[in-house]
Write a protein that binds this ligand. Structure first.
Ligand code: PGA
Ligand code: ZN
Length: 398
């Protein structure tokens, strides 16, 4: 393997038009790897710290780059990530920024794949993984922090559980997205789009469920395989410290658990993310106990891709699934640790984008490398289709 010879850091645009950190890692053998940090809007309190890009870049140049250049083999991902940790010196990347850290971590992996002459998923997963493809969770209607004057629930997701192939699943989600747009147009509901490309109509959650369910039914009938519904409540954003505050109602924590049960039952939900606020482990336990065994109760802000928080959740059965976002924890090594822990203990890992995204495709490779059962990376829009099309390409070339 070849040593890292240089690391370039610069600001580039994300899908919201905000600056974000891009890293390029150069090796002595002439390979170049890229990685671009995504950025959240409904970020969890316990996530690693994203610094303003210019500050994150300056701090990483000062502290991290000297520990990498001429020091670490490009293919030694654990070594790269340990150097990033040591350079940062905190437990949440508040010095060099999780945005600089994750961009460098991903760029090093990309450079190593080029050196080895293998696709990134094979470098990350090895020869014995990468034979299964994730079911894509397609965001078709959304509001919350991702769109103003839209639904309270952040994401209404199409889940094509019965699709015979990843590409049929991806195309089905795009069809559902289109059908949702048609149904709102028929009802004369004006519809913009939110940060992730989902329709963001000024309607109640009830109406959004109704339209999403109709669109799913229409497309499922046409394609002939099972498609179900899921949601990301992003409940921390509704939580005021005592109650969950919806546009038309306020719910206590107990009422919130009850409401989630009603929704699971009524809409036959196969996936429910962040149904309760980010510190309510007990609420997750109460919901998981009574939920159908085939419904995924997924922690995003609850676990923040952090193995310490995940261990706590696993031990008390707070949920049965974890959302995996590399920039929540800052390195690919820590991300893989969270995925491996989840799998060992029977929690389903769901690899995820952020609301602020770019053309970076690392998470598509990560999902295949880790045999992840699900990926959440939108349904339409260039920064979303970058990952979806990469999945189609990987499956086609395999
Ligand atoms: P974020 O939202 O990227 O804005 O944090 C995505 C999610 O909550 O899953
Ligand atoms: Zn979420």
């Amino acid at each position: 393997m070849t040593l890292i010879e240089g690391v370039a850091l610069r600001e580039v645009l994300d899908s919201r038009g905000e600056p974000t950190v891009e890293a390029e890692v150069y090796t002595e053998s002439g390979a170049i790897g890229h990685g671009i940090a995504p950025s959240g809007a409904s970020t969890g309190e316990h996530e690693a710290i994203e610094r303003p890009p210019a500050e994150a870049i300056a701090a990483a140049r000062e502290h991290a780059v000297p520990r990498l250049v001429g020091e670490v083999w490009a293919g030694d991902q654990r070594g790269v990530d340990a150097a990033l940790r040591a350079a940062d010196g905190t437990d949440n990347f508040s010095e060099i920024g999780a945005n600089s850290a994750v961009a460098i971590s991903m760029a090093a992996a990309d450079a190593a794949a080029e050196v080895l002459g293998t696709p990134l998923y094979q470098h990350l997963g090895g020869s014995f993984r990468g034979r299964n493809y994730p079911v894509p969770l397609g965001n078709v209607i959304g509001g919350g922090e991702h769109a103003a004057d839209a639904t309270d629930i952040q994401e209404f997701l199409a889940v094509p559980v019965g699709a015979p192939s990843v590409s049929e699943a991806i195309f089905a989600n795009a069809e559902i997205h289109r059908a949702v747009g048609d149904l709102f147009a028929e009802r004369d509901v004006p519809c913009g789009k939110g940060d992730e490309g989902a329709w963001a109509p000024p309607v109640s959650d009830e109406t959004a469920f109704d339209v999403a369910a109709r669109a799913v039914e229409r497309v499922a009938d046409a394609v002939g395989f099972e498609i179900r519904l899921g949601i990301d409540v992003a409940a921390t954003e509704l939580w005021d410290g005592e109650h969950y505050v919806y546009s038309d109602e306020t719910r206590t924590p107990d009422e919130q658990v009850e409401y989630m049960h009603e929704l699971i039952d009524r809409w036959d939900l196969v996936y429910v993310e962040d149904p309760l606020e980010e510190d309510d482990f007990d609420g997750f336990v109460a919901l998981t106990e009574r939920a159908p065994s085939d419904t995924l109760i997924c922690g995003d802000d609850l676990f923040v891709t952090n193995t310490e928080r995940l261990v706590r959740g696993i031990e008390i059965e707070a949920g049965n699934s974890i959302l995996i976002k590399p920039n929540q924890i800052g390195t690919l090594s820590a991300t893989v640790d969270a995925i491996d822990l989840a799998r060992e203990r029977g929690f389903a890992p769901v690899i995820s984008h952020r609301s602020g995204e770019t053309e970076d495709t690392t998470i598509a490779h990560l999902a295949v490398a880790m045999n992840a059962p699900y990926i959440k990376t939108g349904a339409v829009g260039g920064e979303r289709t970058a990952k979806l099309n990469e999945l189609i390409r990987i499956a086609d070339n395999a």
